[in-house]
Design a protein around this ligand. Structure first.
Ligand code: SF4
Ligand code: SF4
Length: 518
């Protein structure tokens, strides 16, 4: 059924309602060091070509992929170097540089995950696979588009790294109507998503439209902070450019108040639909909506249009002890190489954090810690010894908790071994946002304690989103949907597919050139 396009352009945006949730942190621009000044912004988008990359086989939610290369092998840009074992829930891994494999061994990531990793030494020749080139004039069914996204190794770039093809498939099964694109990026210090929108707005919007069609949604809604005028305008302009190719989709831009952690799906459900999702409830089922990060949508369009697998990403390198940078880097780039390219960052005694300063993890070994698919920011923050004192019952932690918990009460219960009572108090709803620890004047690390307790519950929650299996890594019934087979490099979906001439009810047409339907 064709629906009328209702997007009315940026001129109306200012009149719109603002959405949000109660509480959270309001950091304003205080912590946005990567957008300090127009001058810094001008020079901050940098491309890094590292001397080596370390590619963990597990950068996503699920089980590790299996390396398909051996030490000494030559690999090219775009080459698949890790594939999921048959019947496992996983995504493939690709190289963003050309060079020789120098090592394959197990590493431990800062979050404690042990995974095999392939190290590739850069020959600086930038030799790429021939298949990595723009697709021309093609038609794709929804299933083919999801297959490309699966084979491109794309997983959520803003959160837990859920395989995107699986999430799309789930959304299709649930017959979602609203395809939500998270452009909020509320975490302090990080502006990588915002730079993705500024630099590649058409890719973000086209990727969103293609995926919205693939899942059968009727509306594509971009969620963005009211303060991000430049990005808002970029998206509005892009919608104007492509809307005629997507007449079956309605478009909307919804403005949100800027506060952290605005992009979490349960808070989005509360703000947009007034629904309080309990643990295990999904946006798809309860609200007939699905939420994707804007950088993930950019990656999807790169795969669909240019046959580029997920092999690079934009990373903010910033903090209170440094200037601001946004760098386009091959995935697997060691954090030390990012820092050495950021001349103004002196990391002597500062803390290097894998992620943002509220929820990230301190890196002990920057040489051997890579940027992974979900790394949106590396924060460099001053090391401060906050004096630890007993709780003074100021109530600040409760005031800022976005899940309406009483962190100090729960913390005390957990300290006394009263897990059941803590659960009754709502501890399993903790989303590990870090706000309570951040505001606590007594320097109490509430988050670690409460989030660890809630962790088990969150695993169940993610699994329910994917396959209702209830255990990490178990393959869904139609596991082959996620199986990539041989060293798949997207060739299965070569341009010749366009000649099939079949019109499927699932058909989506990519608007590239003329006939460039998605
Ligand atoms: S208790 Fe959990 S959800 Fe609440 S502020 Fe602390 S970390 Fe965030
Ligand atoms: S913010 Fe810290 S000091 Fe204040 S009530 Fe919470 S735990 Fe106690």
């Amino acid at each position: 059924m064709l629906l009328h396009h209702t997007f009315t352009g940026s001129d109306k945006v200012a009149d719109r309602r603002r959405y949000s949730f109660y509480r959270g942190l309001f950091t304003g621009d205080v912590l946005n060091f990567s957008k300090r000044s127009p001058f810094v912004k001008e020079i901050m988008f940098e491309r890094i070509y590292p001397t080596k990359i370390i590619l963990p086989m597990k950068m996503h939610y699920g089980v590790p992929a299996t390396p398909t290369v051996k030490v000494g092998d030559y690999v090219r840009i775009g080459q698949c170097i890790g594939v999921p074992e048959k019947g496992t829930f996983s995504v493939p891994v690709h190289s963003g540089i050309s060079g020789r494999v120098s090592d394959i061994s197990e590493i431990v990531l800062p979050n404690g995950i042990k995974t095999p990793a392939v190290t590739i030494l850069n020959d600086m020749k930038r030799t790429r696979l021939e298949s990595v080139k723009p697709r021309s004039g093609f038609k794709l069914t929804a299933r083919e588009a999801m297959g490309i996204i699966r084979d491109a190794g794309i997983c959520g770039m803003g959160g837990e790294g859920i395989p995107t093809a699986a999430k799309l498939r789930r959304a299709k099964q649930e017959a979602v109507q609203e395809f939500l694109v998270n452009c909020l990026q509320s975490e302090p210090y990080s502006t990588s998503d915002l730079v993705a929108i500024t630099e590649y707005p058409d890719y973000v919007v086209l990727g969103s439209c293609a995926c919205a069609r693939a899942v059968g949604a009727s509306k594509c809604v971009f969620l963005i902070s009211e303060n991000r005028k430049e990005q808002r305008q970029a998206i509005a302009n892009s919608i104007e450019r492509i809307k005629d190719d997507f007449k079956d989709l309605q478009f909307d831009i919804k403005l949100f108040r800027e506060r952290f952690p605005q992009g979490y799906y349960r808070l989005v459900a509360r703000a947009l639909y007034g629904k309080n999702l309990v643990l295990g409830e999904t946006l798809e089922k309860s609200c007939k909506a699905v939420l994707f990060n804007c950088s993930t949508m950019l990656a999807c369009w790169e795969a669909l249009s240019d046959n580029i697998p997920m092999m690079s990403r934009i990373v903010s390198v910033t903090g209170d002890a440094s200037g601001g940078h946004n760098m386009l880097v091959p995935i697997g780039t060691p954090v030390s190489e990012l820092l050495s390219n950021a001349q103004d960052i002196k990391n002597g005694s500062d803390r290097i954090v894998w992620g943002n300063c509220l929820t990230g993890i301190e890196i002990k070994d920057a040489e051997n810690t890579p940027v992974v698919k979900t790394t949106s920011v590396i924060s460099v923050v001053r090391r401060m010894d906050v004096p630890r004192t007993p709780c003074i019952h100021c109530g600040l932690c409760s005031e800022c908790c976005p899940m309406n918990l009483s962190p100090n009460t729960i913390y005390e219960m957990l300290n006394q071994g009263l897990g059941q009572k803590a659960a009754e108090e709502g501890a399993r709803d903790c989303i590990a946002c870090g706000c309570c620890s951040y505001v606590c004047p007594s320097g109490i690390d509430l988050t670690t304690s409460i989030a660890s307790f809630a962790g088990e519950g969150r695993i169940i929650e993610v699994n329910s989103l994917l396959d209702n299996s209830g255990s990490e890594g178990r393959a869904p019934d139609d596991a082959d949907m996620y199986y990539v087979g041989e060293a798949s490099l997207l060739e299965d979906y070569a341009d010749s597919d366009e000649d099939s001439g079949e019109s499927s009810p699932d058909s989506i047409t990519l608007p590239f050139e003329k006939d460039k339907k998605v």
